[in-house]
Design a protein around this ligand. Structure first.
Ligand code: NAP
Length: 294
């Protein structure tokens, strides 16, 4: 299936997307605010459109990858462009919020366009490879009908639901998980440096602990999925047990005057759970304290 595809935005990611589509033999028309960036794509066979309207007119599928949803809105909501979207598929691959995706999906539907909102869980070098993961939310019918196009962008493309906000929700959730690990690593580096532990040793020990931490993350998600928040015979550790060890971390950081910014939120969550009498619950019970209810 070879399609006419418009790609709006040829920055680092947009160029990778266009290259992968060209590589799969699609007819690709590109537009970029700064035209010079389209040169390498033209050399690979892309048609360079002089305006957004002309790019949109050339594609049955319109892929957008700019810096944010405000930039997308400024491009697509111009009257001539909006009218031209009728009957086309808009694929928003710009990063954004769930609310932004839902609003954009509603707007696209009002123009007569089908809408998919994607979250790219990869850097540009993974685009077009088997390991490239992109999550799509919105019209399942449009996803299935154009799946070969999306498979050209990455071997692991998935439709995660009809609600256009779901891909961005998963994107933020998974990035939050990643930043938890990265900020935790900054914390660990600071403790080692203050206590005279060689960072090479931290690196080696971390590798051996990966399976232990992986198991705990998987257990935490599973327990919340199934509502098993009380301690049971399979529990790894209670809230109180975790907090005893956590107090040692607090103590060393206070003694060494290490910035507590990364761990104070965790301390706050522990303290609220303990004050509410949840000390003997499984660690998973901390999730009860995450969502603020009015
Ligand atoms: P980038 O290299 O900085 O490119 C940004 C693109 O947006 C350029 O084409 C730029 O045009 C265009 N743009 C910005 N403001 C615009 C406006 N007001 N009107 C029209 N075009 C505008 O960034 P990138 O890394 O490709 O990222 C693009 C999107 O992909 C972002 O939403 C990002 O979060 C997402 N993403 C990126 C990665 C990654 O690893 N790079 C991974 C996942 C998701 P000019 O060339 O004229 O400046």
């Amino acid at each position: 299936m070879k399609l006419a595809i418009a790609v709006l935005g040829t920055g680092r990611m947009g160029s990778a997307l266009a290259r992968a589509l060209l590589g799969a033999g699609h007819e690709v028309t590109v537009w970029n605010r700064t035209p010079a960036k389209t040169g390498p794509l033209a050399a690979l066979g892309a048609v360079v459109a002089p305006s957004v309207a002309e790019a949109v007119a050339a594609g049955a599928v319109v892929i957008v990858n700019v810096s944010d949803y405000d930039a997308t809105a400024a491009l697509l909501r111009e009257a001539g462009v909006a009218r031209a979207l009728d009957g086309k598929l808009v694929v928003e691959l710009t990063s954004g919020t769930p609310q932004g995706a839902r609003e954009a999906g509603g707007w696209a539907a009002a123009q007569g366009a089908a809408y998919l909102d994607g979250a790219i869980m990869a850097t540009p070098d993974f685009i077009g490879t088997e390991a490239g993961t992109i999550l799509f939310a919105g019209s399942g019918q449009a996803f299935e009908a154009n799946k070969p196009v999306f498979l050209a962008l990455g071997g692991n493309v998935q439709h995660v639901g009809e609600d256009a906000g779901l891909a961005n929700a998963l994107d933020s959730a998974l990035l939050g998980l990643m930043w938890g690990a990265l900020f935790g690593t900054l914390n660990a580096i600071a403790v080692c440096q203050a206590e005279g532990v060689a960072l090479g040793m931290l690196g080696r020990l971390w590798q051996t602990l990966v399976p232990v931490i992986d198991g705990q993350v998987a257990d935490l998600i599973k327990r919340n999925e199934t509502g098993r928040l009380a301690s049971d015979e399979q529990s790894f550790a209670s809230v109180a047990t975790h907090y005893h060890a956590f107090e040692h971390l607090l103590a060393v950081m206070q003694a060494r005057k290490i910035d507590l910014g990364v761990i104070l939120g965790q301390d706050n969550l522990f303290r609220r759970a303990l004050a509410a009498g949840r000390g003997e619950d499984d660690f998973a019970a901390l999730s009860r304290f995450m969502i603020k209810r009015d």
